[in-house]
Structures are given as C-alpha cells and as structure tokens.
Write a protein that binds this ligand. Structure first.
Ligand code: 13P
Length: 251
C-alpha cells in the first residue's frame, strides 16, 4: 500500500492563543477537507486546546512538540503523554534538534519518550539529523545510523511501522539552505534501510519519513518527488496560512 504523505507544521515557540486560532481557522478553511495529504499542526502547548477547537470536524490533526517519558510525577515544567491525549493530540514530535541542542535530549531519552507515546496511543514524529560540521567531515551516515539505532532500538515493530521519522539536517533548519533533493533522498534511503535491518522490510515500507529544513512552497514539489520522502516537517513556512497551505497542496 502506498504511504500517505504527511505534512506537519512545527510552530516552535510562536503564536499566542489568538494568533494560533487565526492561523488554524485560516488553515481549516484552506486545507481542512484536503484528502491527498495528512496535515498536522503542532502549536506550543498553551495553544493546543485552541487549535484543537479550530480544527475540530476537519481532516487536520493535532500534534505537540515534545512530551515527558513518565505518565505523571514530580517533573516541574514538563507535560506527560496522557495530558496530550486529553487535549486531543494524535501526534507528538520527539527529539527535535533544538531539543537535543538546547535541552540535552539524547537518543536514550528520545527512545523512552517514544515508548511513552506508544503507551498512550500517540504517534511519535522522531527527529534525526546531522550538524554542518558532521556533514563536512563525512560523518553523516555514521551520525544518522547511531541516532536511528539509539532512538528505535527495542521499540515494538507494529508501532514503529505506524510512526513517523523526520530527517532534519541541522544546517538546513531556519537557514534558508534546504538540502538538495539528492542529499535528502540519500539519507531517507539510508533510514529506510536501517529500519528494514532493525525490524523488517515490511515495517520499512510502511514507516513514513519526513524531510525538514527550510521547506518552502518553492521546493516542496521536488522533495516530494523523491521515492523515500513521504512528507515534510515545516518550521518557518508553517507560520503563515498561505505558504503552509501551498506546501500542503504541492501536487
Ligand atoms: P524551518 O522550516 O524553519 O527550517 O524549520 C524546520 C524545522 O525545524 C521543523 O521542525
């Protein structure tokens, strides 16, 4: 069965509730009934409920940008997976490079968060990606291999098959410098091969792999034309309705 494309907007630390409602309402009007692509909005925690209300009754899904690995407990400032389910999330981004860089997330904690997401029926969008220095020193394959193995090891294969991986080269995030379609496809093919080896060829066929890093209406089409690119995780260009809607309607 063909993989359904999935395009998610990661709003990062942007949008008050009013701004979030305006954007989500505009997107509900523009792509709320669009069927060719699964659309996910990932606002900050404070706007999850607001965005959830704005997209209710549409085909757009709600996602969070992070979660904790415990179900509850003394973790001041953290949010647990059942709370995300309670507010209507279907997806949760895990291990974004900004979380790895500024909040010391590791492959090990990402693995625990993925397990926690599965326990509560959330679908994780697990992020991997090399830095510029790692790419320039020829270590991209090693870095991605280590990240994929660390993030996915021991996870149940039926859940992995339903999950989403986002390949986001750190040097392409927010820089305007997109990976070329060839660079992206090469790493996506590597990720799919690793998943086939760790789990099975069937799991690798099913899992969806998004590209992220300066995705724009101008480059989405050529990226999506690559055989192993199944979607996009969009930052800056998801903050404005017209640009995100035209990314969603790339065909
Ligand atoms: P930009 O689209 O702003 O480069 O951000 C990509 C990203 O980090 C999405 O998670």
């Amino acid at each position: 069965m063909a993989r359904k494309p999935i395009i998610a907007g990661n709003w990062k630390m942007h949008k008050t509730r009013q701004q979030a409602a305006d954007l989500a309402n505009a997107l509900a009007a523009q792509v709320g009934t669009y069927e060719a692509v699964e659309v996910v909005l990932c606002p900050p925690y404070t706007a999850l409920e607001t965005v959830g209300a704005a997209i209710r009754g549409t085909r757009i899904a709600l996602g969070a940008q992070n979660c904790h690995w415990a179900d509850s407990g003394a973790y001041t400032g953290e949010i647990a997976p059942p709370m995300l389910v309670d507010v209507g999330c279907k997806y949760v981004i895990i291990g974004h490079s900004e979380r790895r860089q500024y909040f010391a997330e590791t492959d090990e904690t990402i693995n625990k968060k993925a397990q926690a997401a599965y326990r509560h029926g959330l679908i994780p969008i697990i992020c991997v990606g090399e830095t510029l220095e790692e790419r320039q020193s020829g270590r991209t394959e090693d870095v991605i291999t280590t990240q994929i193995k660390g993030c996915l090891s021991g996870l149940p294969s039926d859940k992995v098959a339903q999950s989403v991986i986002a390949y986001e080269p750190v040097w392409a995030i927010g820089t305007g410098q997109t990976a070329t379609k060839e660079q992206a496809q090469e790493v996506h093919a590597l990720i799919r091969k690793l998943v086939a080896e760790m789990f099975s060829p069937e799991v690798a066929e099913q899992i969806r792999i998004q590209y992220g890093g300066s995705v724009k209406p101008q480059n989405i089409r050529e990226l999506m034309a690559q055989p192993d690119i199944d979607g996009a995780l969009v930052g800056g260009a998801s903050l404005e309705a017209d640009s995100f809607a035209s990314i969603v309607r790339y065909e």
